[in-house]
Design a protein around this ligand. Structure first.
Ligand code: SF4
Length: 398
């Protein structure tokens, strides 16, 4: 047998600096969650693409290692097309964050390899504490998660003990553990409406845009944490209006983490899964898409022959931070995936007590869905909204 060539990760990477909005809670007892925003800094590793020979060798190596390790690969729609293809070719899945975790739960493999960002690995571990969960890169962050530090969030919750705490899936295990409910965005709307009907007041975290959308739809009394996704935050309204003029027949598909001014223009507001479905089912051949462009790979295979256009992320003089590509999702590559399968490092660890508490907030959502007679796959409930030109609207997990 040939000796495997050592993987030289350092040769393939350099560091990218990232700026993101960081909510601050600096007024004790404030009724404005994350009442001020400041620019904070993070970093991501950027990989050089492997050359064609390296690519073939790495893919073959990963396939062999997955079998040897009794491991299954689950990948998010935003990661590199090579990883999405590998997940499907090897019996894994490509999906949104919650379905990734569910797939790992239902699959018999004892090792789940998560290609995504850290909160996704944590959610997989919370739902599968007995399994080994590996990630190509443990430092793949998310600006929503980074913008909601557990200690500051807990202090804010403590200052408002009369409020029910509802958090989005894009949060750390510790924040989920502090919450009463973890929700995906669409069931979040139903849950907030349910809590509102019971007269409950709510703390919502961390995405201010999604929270604002739910608040508008339900009329709930919600304190919104002021986090945002640096990818979706960057879509530009004026430039998008101009682009639509150039493509008058194109349907506009928008993820609800985008600002309200972008959502207001949408034909369809939906989760990653629902955006893909809309591309398949809508009677249009051209789509403008306002979410991470990693999703185009799946959209093109799901709706062949249709044309997909990126929504603009930079104004005339501005420069984009993400250019519609999440810098942390991009930290997942063939080389570090092969390496983690070889050395077993980068295992996700969640403190068992934190995991247990976080699981309760997730379970509450799943039980609620079951009470509505929704199966797991239907927690992404389509929601009719009033956005213009609508033929189908719905929101779900990232
Ligand atoms: S795309 Fe946005 S929400 Fe998704 S992981 Fe990246 S920063 Fe987080």
């Amino acid at each position: 047998m040939n000796t495997p060539v050592p993987i030289n990760i350092e040769r393939m990477e350099h560091i990218k600096r990232i700026e993101f909005d960081r909510p601050r809670v600096n007024i004790p007892g404030s009724t404005i969650a994350g009442s001020t925003l400041s620019v904070d800094h993070a970093w991501a590793k950027v990989f050089t693409e492997p050359n064609p020979a390296e690519r073939i060798e790495l893919k073959a190596r990963i396939k062999r290692l997955l079998k040897e390790q009794n491991a299954v690969l689950v990948a998010h729609y935003y990661v590199h097309p090579d990883l999405q293809d590998l997940a499907e070719e090897t019996g894994g899945c490509v999906s949104d964050s919650l379905e990734m975790a569910r797939f790992g739960s239902n699959h018999p493999a004892q090792t789940v390899v998560v290609c995504g960002v850290r909160f996704m690995g944590e959610t997989a571990k919370i739902l599968n504490p007995e399994k080994r969960v590996l990630m190509p890169e443990l430092e793949a962050e998310c600006s929503l998660d980074l913008g909601c530090p557990p200690d500051e969030f807990a202090a804010f919750c403590d200052a408002h003990p009369d409020r029910t705490v509802v958090v989005y899936a894009n949060t750390s295990a510790a924040v989920k553990a502090r919450a009463d409910w973890m929700v995906t965005s669409s069931i979040g709307l139903k849950i907030v409406a349910h809590l509102h009907a019971q007269g409950k007041k709510i703390i919502w975290a961390p995405d201010r845009h999604l929270g604002g959308y739910i608040q508008t739809q339900t009329g709930g009394d919600m304190l919104l944490w002021q986090g945002s996704c640096l990818v979706h935050d960057e879509f530009k309204t004026a430039e998008l209006i101009e682009l639509r003029k150039q493509h008058p027949n194109a349907k506009l598909l928008v993820h609800p983490e985008a600002p309200a001014s972008i959502v207001a223009l949408a034909d369809v507001v939906g989760s990653t899964t629902q955006i893909i479905k809309a591309a398949q089912t809508l009677d249009a051949t051209e789509f403008i898409v306002a979410t991470d462009k990693g999703i185009f790979h799946k959209m093109k295979s799901a709706a062949p022959g249709k044309n997909f256009i990126e929504a603009p992320t930079a104004g005339n003089s501005a420069t984009c931070k993400s250019c519609a590509q999440c810098p942390w999702m991009a930290m997942n590559g063939l080389a570090n995936l092969a390496l983690v399968l070889e050395n077993g490092k980068n295992e996700i660890q969640v403190d068992p007590l934190v995991g247990l508490r976080a699981k309760q907030s997730i379970q509450r959502m799943l039980d609620f869905a079951q009470g509505l007679n929704l199966t797991q796959g239907q927690t992404q409930i389509p929601i009719i909204t009033q956005a213009p030109g609508t033929s189908e609207h719905g929101i779900g997990p990232a």
